[in-house]
Design a binder for this molecule. Structure first.
Ligand code: NAP
Ligand code: ZN
Ligand code: ZN
Length: 346
C-alpha cells in the first residue's frame, strides 16, 4: 500500500483534522499524482455533514485536484513522470454501459465511482484530494496545460465542468439570454463560460454587494433577487436559468423569469426537494432539467477550451489548517469565488 496523509472528518459531527491513511498499490494502468492544489466545493461540505446521504467515514474530501505525475504503472500510455494532471469528481465507472461508452461516465448505469465517499472496484473506500497524493487509473486523470496558473485551474475539475457541460448540452450561446442563479464557485464559472459562448448573461443573486464583481467577471446585468421591483421587471426574459444555489430556494419564483419554452437547469444540489406547481410549468411550456458534472472526454475538452481562451477560476488560496473556517465563510457567501487549498501547507 502507498502511505498518504491528509485531512479527514472522522464522523459527520467532527471537524476535519490531520489523518494518515493508505492508498492502493499501483496497478499497471494507474498513475500516482503528487497533489499541489485542491479546490473546496460546496459538495465537500454537503458530504462531510451527511446532508445528501449517510457518508463513508473517515472521509477525506476534495475533487478538484491538480498536481504532478510522480509514478506510472507499466502499461500507462497517457502520461509520463513529471506531467501535470488533474482528477475531478470520479475515479472510475463500469466502462461498459451505454452511457460509459458514450463518454458520459458521470451517468454510468451502475453508478460511477466517486473520488471520495465512494467504494472502488476493490471494495475499499476512496479518499479525495485534501491529501498529498492520489492513485488513479490513467483513464480518469486529465491533462492540464502549463499555460495557466495551476492553483486557479483546480476548480475547473468540478465547478468548471459542471457549468460547461449543461451550457454545451443546451447549446447556450449567441442570441440567448442566460441567467446564472447564485454567484459562488459554480456560478462565477457559469458567467465566464456563458459570456465566452456569446450569451447575454444576467446574474441573479441574493448579495447586492456582488454586483461590481459580477460585472468584472463579464456579466452584462445583475439582479438582486430580494428586490421585488427588479424581479418583476425581469419576468419572462430568459431562455435559460442555470441554477447553482446550494440551499433551499423558491423555484416557481425563478420559473416566472423564463421566456416561453425556457429551461431552468438545476446544478445546485440543496438537501430539500423542490416544490413545483404544474401551473409554473404549463403556462409558457417551461422545463426544469438537471445536469451532473461531465464525462471524461468533455472534461478534457473543457480544460483545453480554458487553456485556449485563458479561462481560470477566481480563487483564494488557503492553508489547510484553515479549512473549517473557510467552510464557514463559504456558507456566509464570503469567498470570491473559490477556496483552493495549497497542499504545500499540509
Ligand atoms: P457556493 O460557492 O457556496 O455557491 C452557492 C451560491 O448560492 C452562493 O454563493 C449564493 O450566491 C447562493 N445561495 C446560497 N444560499 C442561498 C439561498 N438560501 N438562496 C438563494 N441563493 C443562495 O457553492 P458551489 O460550490 O458553487 O456549489 C453550489 C451547489 O452546486 C452545491 O449544492 C453543490 O453541492 C452543487 N454541485 C453540483 C454539482 C453537479 O454535478 N450538479 C457539482 C458541483 C457542485 P449569491 O450570494 O449570489 O446569492
Ligand atoms: Zn464539486
Ligand atoms: Zn457505466
Amino acid at each position: 500500500m502507498i502511505p498518504s496523509k491528509g485531512y479527514a472528518a472522522q464522523s459527520a459531527e467532527k471537524d476535519l483534522a490531520p489523518w494518515s491513511f493508505e492508498r492502493r498499490n499501483m496497478g499497471p494502468h494507474d498513475v500516482e499524482i503528487a497533489i499541489q492544489y485542491c479546490g473546496v466545493c460546496h459538495s465537500d461540505l454537503h458530504q462531510i455533514k451527511n446532508e445528501w446521504f449517510p457518508g463513508i467515514f473517515p472521509m477525506v474530501p476534495g475533487h478538484e485536484i491538480v498536481g504532478n505525475i510522480i509514478r506510472i504503472g507499466n502499461h500507462v500510455k497517457k502520461f509520463k513522470n513529471g506531467d501535470l494532471a488533474g482528477v475531478g469528481c470520479m475515479v472510475d465507472s463500469c466502462r461498459t454501459c451505454e452511457n460509459c461508452q458514450e463518454g458520459l461516465e458521470q451517468y454510468c448505469l451502475k453508478g460511477n465511482i466517486g473520488t471520495y465517499n465512494s467504494k472502488g472496484k476493490d471494495g475499499l473506500p476512496t479518499y479525495g484530494g485534501y491529501s498529498n497524493n492520489i492513485v488513479v487509473h490513467e483513464d480518469f486523470a486529465l491533462h492540464i496545460s502549463d499555460k495557466l496558473s495551476l492553483s486557479a485551474v483546480a476548480p475547473l475539475l468540478c465547478a468548471g465542468i459542471t457549468t460547461f457541460s449543461p451550457l454545451r448540452h443546451w447549446k447556450v450561446g449567441k442570441g440567448h439570454k442566460l441567467a446564472v442563479l447564485g454567484l459562488g464557485g459554480l456560478g462565477h464559472m457559469a458567467v465566464k463560460f456563458g459570456v465566452s459562448f456569446g450569451a447575454e448573461v444576467t446574474v441573479l443573486s441574493t448579495s447586492p454587494d456582488k454586483e461590481k464583481a459580477a460585472k468584472a467577471l463579464g456579466a452584462h446585468h445583475f439582479i438582486v433577487t430580494k428586490d421585488a421591483e427588479q424581479m418583476k421587471a425581469a419576468k419572462g426574459s430568459f431562455n435559460f436559468i442555470l441554477d447553482t444555489v446550494s440551499a433551499k430556494h423558491d423555484l416557481p419564483l425563478y420559473l416566472s423569469l423564463l421566456k416561453t419554452n425556457g429551461v431552468h437547469i438545476c446544478v445546485g444540489a440543496p438537501t430539500e426537494p423542490h416544490t413545483i406547481p404544474a401551473f409554473a410549468l404549463l403556462g409558457g411550456r417551461k422545463s426544469v432539467a438537471g445536469s451532473g458534472i461531465g464525462g471524461i472526454p468533455e472534461t478534457q475538452e473543457m480544460l483545453d477550451y480554458c487553456a485556449a481562451h485563458n479561462i481560470v477560476s477566481d480563487i483564494e488560496l488557503i492553508d489547510i489548517k484553515d479549512i473549517t473556517a473557510s467552510y464557514e465563510r463559504m456558507i456566509n457567501g464570503d469567498v470570491r469565488y473559490r477556496f483552493v487549498i495549497d497542499m504545500g501547507t499540509l
